[in-house]
Design a protein around this ligand. Structure first.
Ligand code: NAP
Length: 298
């Protein structure tokens, strides 16, 4: 049975609302002479990473916050990268540090993240932050999962008591969003099923979801047979597919076949313009949060 008109969850609009909601806190900091500052560490010349970093720089500039990008060649050693992060940890100009992932293969992501002081963990991916998130205590939250919670909040969708199915178990999306949604906290209290590439009967499990979150990295993988009528669908995937008609030669699509499921769902995030803009707003939110914490600790 087709659903009534589906609500398209506008990530750009909600990301703007999140940024506006930060303005009073930023003003308070500025009154104390503090401009929240972010150091971005970019290794190598991966085009997608370069583009993400440019978007982050733009967002910080637009909000009159401070950000600086430190670019290094792809063959930088683990030891040198560690030294740079240690220097940034000591630099008071920066309240947050972000290392753009993925890193070139010879560099270890966990070792690199461990070099960042938990007090400056802008991405919320340090094991100390993730541990605190799991315990439900105060910490910077991973940006994309936090952004998904805000999309639900501003769309009036309360996960409490609902069955959420998450597909994907990465450290940056799948595992933390599953965790946040079952916490005994506002925007939590859901019953969560976490699926991955070894899950059997994936369409059957997905069809049980009131809220389906796809973080797989496979273009348009989720079709209507995976979706219950009137489900909410959050599409985290960002995939490039060849498109000779596009000026860049490709276009971006999600993990969900939007056109196939739109007639069946009650709400859905588009790609682009859904989860993506939220990730950047939550990075700003984390930097503001870390700047506030640094004041409390001085
Ligand atoms: P990832 O580390 O590549 O993990 C992908 C997950 O999907 C894995 O857990 C994998 O299972 C699972 N998977 C792969 N094929 C599957 C299948 N056929 N059936 C069921 N599960 C399957 O991905 P990620 O870093 O979380 O990113 C996922 C997508 O989100 C990507 O498109 C990425 O670009 C996008 N993303 C977007 C944002 C944003 O801000 N919008 C942020 C981060 C990521 P196994 O664990 O068994 O291998």
């Amino acid at each position: 049975m087709p659903s009534n008109q589906a609500k398209i969850i506008d990530g750009k609009e909600i990301a703007g609302k999140v940024r506006n909601s930060l303005a009073p806190r930023i003003n308070e900091l500025k009154k104390k002479g503090i401009i929240p500052g972010l150091a971005v560490v970019l290794v190598g010349d991966d085009p997608a990473s370069q583009s993400y970093v440019r978007m982050k720089e733009k967002a910080f500039a637009k909000m009159e916050l401070y950000s600086e990008t430190f670019r290094f060649p792809a063959d930088i050693s683990q030891a040198k990268l560690g030294e740079i992060i240690t220097e940034l940890n000591r630099n008071d100009r920066f309240h947050g540090i972000l290392v753009q992932l993925p890193l070139p293969e010879h560099l270890n992501e966990l070792d690199t993240i461990l070099q960042i002081s938990p007090a400056k963990d802008a991405d919320g991916l340090h094991p100390v932050s993730l541990g605190k998130m799991m315990l439900g205590t105060d910490a910077p939250l991973p940006c994309t999962p936090h952004g998904i919670l805000m999309l639900l909040k501003y769309s009036g969708i309360d996960p409490e008591g609902k069955h959420v199915v998450v597909i994907g178990r990465s450290n940056i999306v799948g595992k933390p969003i599953a965790n946040l949604l079952f916490r005994k906290k506002p925007l939590g209290n859901a019953t969560v099923t976490l699926c991955h590439s070894r899950t059997r009967n994936l369409p059957d499990i997905c069809r049980q979801a009131d809220i389906l979150i796809a973080a797989i990295g496979r273009p348009q993988f989720i079709t209507r047979e995976y979706v219950k009528t009137d489900a909410v669908v959050i599409d985290v995937g960002v995939n490039r597919v060849e498109d000779a008609t596009a000026s860049r030669g490709y276009r971006l699509v999600g993990d969900v076949d939007f056109d196939d499921v739109i007639g069946k769902v009650s709400a859905i995030t588009p790609v682009p313009g859904g989860v993506g803009p939220m990730t950047i707003s939550m990075l700003v939110a984390n930097t503001v949060y870390l700047a506030e914490k640094s004041v409390r600790h001085t």
